[in-house]
Design a binder for this molecule. Sequence first.
Ligand SMILES: NC(=O)c1ccc[n+]([C@@H]2O[C@H](COP(=O)([O-])OP(=O)(O)OC[C@H]3O[C@@H](n4cnc5c(N)ncnc54)[C@H](OP(=O)(O)O)[C@@H]3O)[C@@H](O)[C@H]2O)c1
Length: 292
Amino acid sequence: MIWIIGNRGMLGQELAEQLAARGIANVGSDREVSILDPEALRHFAQGVQKDTPIKAIVNCAAYTAVDRAEDEAELAHALNAEGPGNIAELARSVGARFLHISTDYVFSGAASQPYREDDPIGPTGVYGRTKAEGETRVREACPDAVIIRTAWLYGKYGPNFVATMLRLMRERTELGVVADQRGTPTWARDLALAIIAALTAPEWKPGIYHYTNEGETTWYEFACEIYAQGRARSLLPHEVTIRALTTDQYPTKAKRPAYSVLSKEKIKRTFGLEIPYWKASLKQYVGSDPIS
Ligand SMILES: NC(=O)c1ccc[n+]([C@@H]2O[C@H](COP(=O)([O-])OP(=O)(O)OC[C@H]3O[C@@H](n4cnc5c(N)ncnc54)[C@H](OP(=O)(O)O)[C@@H]3O)[C@@H](O)[C@H]2O)c1
């Protein structure tokens, strides 16, 4: 039995759907079994274990509002650092494998070549710092955990950049998008498949891994591709001018990494994964009618 924590979030729902499609038994919990309440977690685990042993726990719960985190540092710390620590302790005590999700925001963004798993971290905001501490707590409490860092996530089950762009492109005739931050979009479905590959590998391979789609781009180029694919699918009724902005022209409360491309060599090598190019996955997502 796989237990998905945060099963009503964007990634959690996608993972539940993909596990079910493969006939892999799973249960889920979200806010009603708070990751801040070790007793509630234990109680839920005991309920499941009465029938079937929990083979693995996947934590998709998090505080993900990057800008709001600057004003809600305590809550972000609780959900991104303490919560994962609680789950890791529980996983160890019930003998379940633990797979935790982290982020490219643990890096400073000063690099100019893809970040590897063992590169030094240097988060620049509350969200990144609390996620980095979450990684540390997970590894301390559960040294056998798998941690997958991902980035620029979108999917049908949550608010995300692609859905927002498609909406704005229907509402406006012009919009500006930041063109000096580089990274790689990641379709939540592809990430869910990578998680399943790690969960079902013949051998459990603890450690930190990076997963995004292949290739790299900027938010501006990403928006242009969303526009091209939205127009090709007749999802966008009129022409839109997309202007390239600098980060200075689009100030946000939290500082974003200028460069957060992640190297996927380790996860590809370890689990024999073939990772789709970001434009190919975007095409499939847009083709699935994401704004209906
Ligand atoms: N989204 C991205 O672009 C992105 C990029 C890099 C990494 N990540 C990481 O990927 C993972 C999944 O992200 P996501 O976008 O799928 O997140 P999400 O949609 O925000 O889902 C998080 C889920 O956790 C729930 N939750 C909140 N507080 C909880 C609590 N105390 N106990 C249990 N559950 C609680 C949330 O409920 P409410 O909705 O009611 O709060 C929500 O259902 C996270 O670890 C995130 O840091 C995301």
